[in-house]
Ligand binder design. Structure first.
Ligand code: ACO
Length: 334
């Protein structure tokens, strides 16, 4: 699925033509969360969370609001921005680790909510790397000629799998969705993509429960060895950034905006520093969204586009890293 650019003029390419996002209404500040955890006898503080992660608040979905609800909202905004209607869509990929159901896929539920039928729709499970995985798959399918207009959505309700008795993880995550419309184009939008995984590291970041015989077996709440994840993330994000740049014949100096997975401000700044990018070239939304897993990159992209930060014609480096262990990057001209 990794792609290197073919510079022949007749090559079919893919390009992002619209972005969208949706956040739940309920904003939970660090202060509010710390007060809730104190009632359970757990000590944390706004100072600790901000200093270690850069997070000040996150959104939590109300009961009954699922990944498909947030995802379809983000998709509608992206379609509107692209000037497209749901009927134009011929592929739906939803990156999520918190699907509405065991099956069918959240992608087919979103397809139904969009009022369309017939096009392929599937979920993609690569945890926090899910959106870059989805974008790479959609790019490959468009370049192969099998589809022309794809919706790539990252949508999560991570609040449903958080252990609110574990202060080392429950302060980090939030809910939300982001989406892009990716269309066939004569000129290159997506320049290069790289995906990786290393299943040796399953245990450092997982939600090990499963459904069997009408019961949940094992623990269905998120577990993370934060320090192990941190060290791996910093190394692989630098490596994969250099891979996509080399594939596209570009250098770090060509990057206008780094839009990394929004897990921790220190990881994002560390990645930018290694690439010698100034901190103000990094799109940061982790302060207000927390870590929204597969939704974090398209959410950050949409916020940067709508705030006027990211403009058409600029070169963007999107990078994801997460459970699996998985990681990947997409370099694109927006
Ligand atoms: N409030 C107060 N104290 C806390 C909290 C908290 N919420 N959580 C942990 N502590 C304490 C610890 O118990 C420890 O105390 P001790 O020194 O007495 O033992 C101390 O703070 C330091 O803990 P560390 O784990 O060393 O803190 P660290 O600086 O490593 O930060 C963090 C932890 C934020 C989790 C960091 O390791 C991190 O961001 N890791 C990467 C996470 C990530 O990138 N995930 C991406 C993928 S997510 C996905 O795929 C779903």
């Amino acid at each position: 699925m990794n792609s290197q650019p073919d510079r022949t003029p007749s090559q079919r390419h893919s390009r992002i033509t619209g972005t969208g996002s949706m956040l739940p209404h309920r904003r939970v500040s660090n202060h509010e969360l710390a007060a809730q955890l104190a009632e359970r006898g757990l000590e944390t503080s706004d100072e600790w969370i901000v200093e270690r992660t850069g997070i000040r608040a996150r959104r939590f979905a109300d009961p009954g609001v699922n990944a498909s609800d947030l995802g379809v909202g983000a998709a509608r905004h992206a379609l509107e921005a692209a000037g497209r209607s749901p009927e134009d869509v011929d592929l739906i990929i939803v990156a999520t680790s918190t699907p509405d159901m065991v099956f069918p896929s959240t992608a087919t539920i979103i397809q139904r909510k969009l009022g369309i039928q017939g096009c392929p729709a599937f979920d993609l499970q690569a945890v926090c790397s899910g959106f870059v995985y989805g974008l790479s798959v959609a790019d490959a399918m468009i370049r192969s000629g099998s589809v022309s207009c794809a919706l790539v959505i990252g949508s999560e309700v991570f609040s449903r799998i958080l252990d609110f008795n574990d202060r080392t993880t429950c302060v980090l995550f939030g809910d939300g969705a982001g989406a892009v419309v990716l269309e066939a184009s004569a000129t290159a939008g997506i320049l290069s993509t790289r995906l990786h995984a290393d299943g040796q590291h399953t245990e450092i970041l997982c939600t090990p429960g499963t459904v069997s015989g009408g019961q949940v077996l094992g623990d269905p709440l998120l577990k993370m060895d934060g320090q192990a994840v941190f060290k791996l993330a910093v190394r692989v994000l630098d490596e994969v950034a250099r891979e996509v740049l080399e594939d596209a014949g570009r250098t770090p100096a060509d990057i206008d905006w780094l839009i990394p997975h929004q897990a921790n401000i220190r990881i994002m700044q560390g990645t930018a520093k290694k690439l010698k990018l100034p901190p103000d070239r990094v799109v940061v939304t982790v302060d207000e969204h927390g870590n929204t897993s597969a939704a974090s990159i398209p959410l950050a992209l949409d916020h940067a586009v709508r705030s006027g930060q990211v403009r058409h014609g600029e070169t963007l480096l999107l990078e994801g890293v997460g459970g699996g262990f998985t990681w990947g990057a997409v370099l694109l001209d927006f």
